[in-house]
Design a protein around this ligand. Structure first.
Ligand SMILES: Cc1cc2nc3c(=O)[nH]c(=O)nc-3n(C[C@H](O)[C@H](O)[C@H](O)COP(=O)(O)OP(=O)(O)OC[C@H]3O[C@@H](n4cnc5c(N)ncnc54)[C@H](O)[C@@H]3O)c2cc1C
Length: 503
């Protein structure tokens, strides 16, 4: 018998709360009671519309089919992210960060090889777009779901309406036996060791449990306000602290592209996320460099909705992570535990990782002891910092010189040591694999992603020598294009199948 909690209270009904509730009910629902309490008067963040391929596993683990959840969440497929205007290197102004598949194996090797040649000064093409099937899937408006003829795994993610995803997961959790309370937590009672005994609500209830999970967003009602857990800010390496989001309609007669577009603007970057019913747009920026009014203006201008009466949401972001996600009988999940910034859409993946690891901590051990919790926090911190390193790379590697913001991102951010080592090995043209192997324990993004960002941003010597040895880039490009056409169908047609003609 292990000391798994028997009564758990989750506070917060945003995506983090609902994802956590479903995972706990699935794993422990038969012998642990799970209650979720959410406030009616405190809004959820209501953004967060893109995922990594990890979300596919989440739904599979709950036994929920795409045909069930996708139509209810206006979801579309995602083959990767198109990064536009982050670099001013000719021919490398845009690059695609693909989700990978076994189809890429041969062409990816050629990409690594050609990147190496270019790093060492040979004028060969090393733009990732030519070497990965997903890039062609996205550019041809195909869906990354392979047809039956392909027996290989293909990674893909999703775009979705975050409010609808929350509502869907809420219903699922209630169906699975969740006790749901609408009320606001005002006070927390602790014992002399600092463990939580109970919470007091606005409607004057005192609720007890043996474990509490804080999913209250950036506020962190338990972990910040009461427990005052130490926060490790990423502000010195990630300057963005604000965002403005705007939804725009789609033209239903047009194709839907299976990609997020991340476009560098003057003081940050904008996202464009295609859903089946609308497009989600936003501008993530640093308030040290641009005011919220000017950011809204710049985004509106870009979207061509300057004068339209359209709902706009301004948000503040707390960038960094807790030093202890789990302490005593309280775990933080979601924005309350930390946030890196949405550039690679990693937040839901981190929620999943946090909860899955929490559950498996109890499977692995007969008794949860301090060391279990210490190891857990170390794993989570390493994961958060590993994601941060990859996100920081986008800013550090930018080659724009048009604004103070982009110059500062390149020159003034404090580069994390692991990232610095990767860049320095890359610049010297020496063995990147060896450096990545050295960082194995803390590396979250793997070799293909590092090659994509470093090559995709055009991080190469300026004076290149022409060469007679062929690069075979056209061959790789043609192969990827043919694979995309052969195994993948039109995105909208694929969605119509999943939606059962709902669209
Ligand atoms: C600009 C931006 C873009 C993003 N894009 C992405 C993306 O593309 N992909 C991705 O994976 N993630 C993204 N995220 C992150 C994602 O939105 C969040 O990780 C996710 O929505 C989870 O939020 P949450 O549930 O932690 O918090 P919230 O949504 O803020 O929910 C907090 C909940 O706590 C409740 N609450 C608060 N205080 C109390 C109280 N005292 N008593 C009771 N209840 C209380 C609130 O009512 C609410 O229900 C983005 C975030 C931002 C800011």
């Amino acid at each position: 018998m292990n000391n798994k909690p028997k009564e758990i209270i989750i506070i917060g009904g945003g995506t983090a709360g609902w994802m956590t509730a479903n995972s706990l009910l699935k794993a422990w629902g038969s012998d642990t009671s799970v209650t979720l309490i959410e406030s009616k008067s405190i809004e959820i963040i209501g953004v967060g519309e893109g995922s990594t391929p990890y979300l596919k596993q989440y739904f599979s683990s709950l036994g929920i089919a795409e045909s069930e959840w996708m139509p209810q969440c206006d979801a579309t497929y995602k083959a990767g992210i198109d990064f536009q205007n982050w670099s001013s290197v000719q021919g490398y102004e845009s690059y695609f960060h693909p989700f990978f598949s076994q189809l890429d194996l041969k062409s990816a090797e050629l990409f690594f090889h050609n990147s190496g040649r270019r790093r060492r000064g040979e004028s060969v093409n090393a733009l990732p777009n030519h070497y990965f099937v997903s890039a062609h899937i996205a550019s041809q408006n195909l869906s990354p779901v392979p047809n039956e003829n392909l027996q290989l795994d293909v990674d893909y993610g999703y775009h979705f309406d975050s409010v609808k995803l929350g509502a869907f997961l809420k219903n699922k959790a209630i169906e699975q036996g969740l006790a749901h309370i609408t009320d606001q937590v005002l006070e927390v009672k602790q014992d002399h060791n600092g463990s939580i005994l109970s919470i007091i609500t606005k409607d004057n209830f005192e609720l007890t449990a043996d474990f509490f999970i804080d999913c209250t967003g950036f506020t962190g009602v338990l972990v910040n306000k009461t427990l005052k857990r130490e926060f490790y800010s990423y502000k010195d390496c990630l300057f963005n602290d604000s965002a403005v989001a705007i939804q725009t309609p789609i033209d239903k007669s047009q194709d839907i592209s299976a990609q997020t577009i991340s476009k560098a603007l003057k003081n940050g970057w904008s996202w464009k996320i295609p859903l089946s019913t609308r497009t989600g747009n936003g501008y993530v920026y640093s308030s040290d460099f641009i005011s919220s009014d000017n950011a809204e203006f710049e985004l509106r201008e870009q979207l061509n909705v300057l004068d339209e009466d359209i709902k706009v949401k301004h948000l503040k972001m707390r960038i960094g992570r807790l030093k202890k996600h789990w302490d005593k009988n309280c775990l933080a999940v979601g924005l309350s535990q930390g946030f890196i910034e949405p550039l690679e859409a990693t937040a839901l993946m981190l929620i999943q990782f946090t909860v899955e690891n929490f559950i498996s901590s109890f499977d692995k051990k007969d008794q949860i002891i301090d060391k279990t919790i210490k190891d857990y926090n170390l794993t989570l911190n390493t994961t958060f910092d590993g994601v941060r390193d990859y996100i920081v790379a986008h800013y550090k590697l930018n080659s724009r010189t048009d604004t103070e913001y982009w110059n500062a991102c390149r020159n003034e951010i404090k580069t994390p040591v692991n990232l610095q080592n990767i860049i320095s090995v890359w610049d010297k043209g020496i063995d990147l694999e060896q450096e990545l192997a050295k960082q194995k324990e803390s590396l979250i993004y793997l070799r293909p992603s590092w090659y994509c960002i470093l090559s995709g941003m055009g991080r190469f010597p300026k004076n290149l020598q022409s060469t007679n040895t062929p690069s075979r880039v056209s061959e790789a490009n043609l192969y990827c294009e043919q694979m995309a056409r052969k195994y993948f169908s039109n995105h909208k047609v694929q969605l119509q199948k999943i939606y059962n003609n709902y669209m």
